[in-house]
Design a protein around this ligand. Structure first.
Ligand code: 5AD
Ligand code: SF4
Length: 468
């Protein structure tokens, strides 16, 4: 049995690279925490590392191709340092399991999203000359007791994972297979993490989960439906709106965001809580995926176009200036031109501030791969995606134009990518805003008068510091 050291005396260096969604970046901070308890410190220099972890994504084929390319590059690292340990973690590891060890000879460790506590042991097995894998999924693991080590942090914004896994089974999606069943993290540990971040000087947190609106804590264990709880469990249960309220009260000086919402589950209670607390940002990421009801049906999204539009109306009736963004898939199985046009009109009618837009990529093992035909030719997918992007860009620009001459509250996150003399931050609605640095500092909340805009950015000048 391999021995696992938990004293930092023999400090070894770990380099971790994250791909995919925010959840994965958050997981990397959990991994760093686990490894640091076993004598590994994080390094930003891959050439200095004893262990390189790639925390991978499997959502589309091109995400996996990127990681294959990266593994090819890492061959030279291994040539230079034969003791170097390379681990593939996360969703691609979970999807491919031991196939990954067969296909990629330089990989020493394969670990899925629920087996990070085992990483020190897996690395120790490699130290003894083996290759190691653990891809067991769990119904309980939330890593709720760990203190994430903040990696590549700007010291201003941080992620807090509030739940893991997904039970939705959208037909196109690999996530239920790579991240397992849905489970919620104990609210006290979430609030504690938020308070710790506030004490450490952070100014904004984002609560993360694959489907935050189905967050439900009733004392522990695997997910249950609210209806199936006992009276006692119901009385003490915490749903997502309750959790938002707990956080809003616990850290009144932090801005709070969350992601991702599901149109079927988002409800008035959540939106009313958002409206009630000034530190809950007026922003909702609400993926529609398609604007056509038949396509939504074969995607197993469990809502219609009308249902989705009603949710948008509900949100805007309670928070008129709520920022709303969307995810859209172009060219899903059997989608007709007419059905694609419904997606274009959905963007216009919902006036999304921005969208993440993708070509459909069939994922092996998903319900769509098993039951439907990926029959839209690549060039048609590409053309539909381009049309979607064109409409969304126009709508984004129109939305942004309405900000000209108005002031917005911007939390300064970092220097602007284009100029060191400008700060970059986001307004309440999550729209990127840029303004001259002057005497303002990272972490300041600044009132900014908007003078110009682009498709993605508001540009203005600072008026003064402000408060939430
Ligand atoms: N192909 C293309 N896009 C996908 N997404 C999820 N699965 C696929 C797929 N197979 C998109 C969805 C989801 C976002 C995270 O990625 O829009 O909301
Ligand atoms: Fe990629 Fe989905 Fe896994 Fe996130 S949960 S890393 S988006 S496959």
């Amino acid at each position: 049995m391999a021995e696992v050291s938990n004293t930092p005396s023999s400090s070894r260096k770990m380099y971790i690279e994250s791909y995919g969604c925010a959840m994965n970046f958050s997981d990397s901070e959990i991994i760093a925490s686990i490894m640091s308890e076993h004598g590994f410190t994080a390094t930003k220099d891959e050439l200095d590392a004893d262990v390189i972890f790639l925390n991978t994504c499997a959502i589309r084929d091109n995400a996996e191709q990127r990681i294959r390319e990266r593994l090819k590059q890492l061959r030279s690292n291994k040539r230079q340092n034969s003791d170097l340990i390379i681990g593939v973690l996360g969703c691609m590891a979970e999807r491919l399991k031991d196939k990954l060890l067969e296909e990629e000879k330089l990989v020493d460790v394969v670990a899925g999203p629920d087996s990070y506590r085992e990483l020190p042991k897996l690395v120790a097995e490699v130290d003894e000359g083996g290759r190691a894998i653990n891809v067991l999924l769990s119904r309980e693991e939330t890593y709720g007791d760990l203190n994430p080590v903040r990696l590549n942090s700007n010291g201003v914004t941080a992620f807090i994972s509030i739940m893991r896994g997904c039970d939705n089974m959208c037909s196109f999606c690999v996530v239920p297979f790579t991240r397992g069943r849905e489970r919620s993290r104990d609210p006290q540990s979430i609030v504690k993490e938020a308070v710790d971040l506030q004490n450490a000087g952070y100014k904004e947190i984002t609560l993360l989960g694959q489907n935050v609106n189905s967050y439900l804590w009733f004392g522990g264990g695997a997910k249950k439906d609210f209806k199936s709880l006992t009276d006692e469990e119901k009385a003490s249960s915490v749903d997502f709106a309750d959790l938002l309220e707990l956080c809003a009260n616990a850290v009144p000086n932090l801005r709070i965001r969350y992601s991702t919402s599901h149109p079927r589950d988002i409800n008035e209670k959540v939106v009313r809580v958002m409206a009630q607390y000034p530190n809950l940002c007026n922003y909702i990421h609400l993926p529609a995926q398609s604007g056509n009801t038949r396509v939504l049906d074969i995607m197993s999204r469990n809502y219609t176009r009308e249902w989705y539009m009603d949710k948008i109306t509900m949100i805007r009736s309670i928070i008129p200036d709520c920022g709303i963004s969307c995810d859209i898939i172009a060219g899903f199985c059997t989608e007709t031109e007419e059905e694609h046009k419904d997606t274009l009109t959905l963007i216009e009618e919902c006036k999304f501030d921005f969208s993440y837009m993708y070509k459909y990529s069939e994922r092996p093992g998903t319900p769509a791969a098993k039951k439907l035909t990926d029959d839209i030719p690549e060039d048609v997918k590409g053309r539909r995606l381009a049309e979607i992007i064109t409409v969304q860009n126009r709508v984004s620009k129109e939305n942004n134009q309405a900000y000209i001459g108005k002031t917005v509250k911007v939390l300064v996150e970092a220097a602007s990518k284009k100029s060191k003399n400008d700060w970059m931050g986001r307004n309440d609605q999550n729209i990127v805003t840029v303004f001259p640095c002057e005497h303002y500092q990272k972490g300041d909340l600044v009132e900014v008068l908007i003078e110009r805009i682009t498709t993605t950015t508001l540009i203005g000048k600072a008026i003064g510091k402000t408060t939430i």
